[in-house]
Design a protein around this ligand. Structure first.
Ligand code: SF4
Length: 166
């Protein structure tokens, strides 16, 4: 599915999860199984996020991300440019050393549109059932999968793979 972003005059191609994958997953495990275990949650993320991203990146030479080091422990170790062996492309993280304050200043100075939930304490935003606002002093990723004590990654950037799915 393609549509044109009027502000940036860029054509966007949108990728959805495979309906067949979602049907099997929900039939076998239930509609909210991601709350029941980290394994189920990672399987849901793999079907709904990782697989569509892999399709989008298929044949690409470079993957440009919005990752920032201060978002999580895992991201602190990420370089600005790296070779992704699994996807066979370069991963470019131009914002990796930006602080939250620098990012906000850039948005303000350049009038960049952003998700209004950010102004309501949703510092890191994912799917609706898995995202909440954070409290003062909480980690930036604390609102993602808040019921878990895991590393708070969906697998897009940590290489999670569910072995029983193609
Ligand atoms: S964030 Fe939640 S709903 Fe979204 S893909 Fe991951 S587990 Fe599923």
């Amino acid at each position: 599915m393609e549509r044109t972003n009027a502000r940036y005059k860029t054509s966007l191609k949108v990728y959805f999860p495979s309906p067949a994958d979602v049907e099997v997953f929900v039939t076998e495990k239930g509609i909210n199984s991601f709350y029941e275990s980290v394994e189920n949650r990672k399987e849901c993320c793999y079907i709904r996020k990782v697989k569509p991203l892999n399709r989008a990146l298929n044949g690409a030479k470079v993957w440009i991300t919005g990752l920032r080091a201060e978002q999580s422990e895992n991201r602190k170790r990420m370089p600005m440019i790296e070779w992704d062996e699994t996807k066979q492309l370069y991963k470019f993280n131009p914002l990796i050393n930006w602080s939250n304050e620098e990012m906000i200043a850039y948005l303000r100075d350049h009038n960049v549109p952003y998700n209004p939930l950010h102004d309501k304490g949703f510092i890191s935003i994912g799917c609706a059932p898995c995202t909440r606002a954070i409290e003062q002093g909480e980690d930036a990723r604390a609102g993602r999968w808040w019921w878990e004590m895991s590393k708070k990654e969906c697998g897009l950037h940590s290489g999670n793979k569910i072995n029983n799915l193609k």
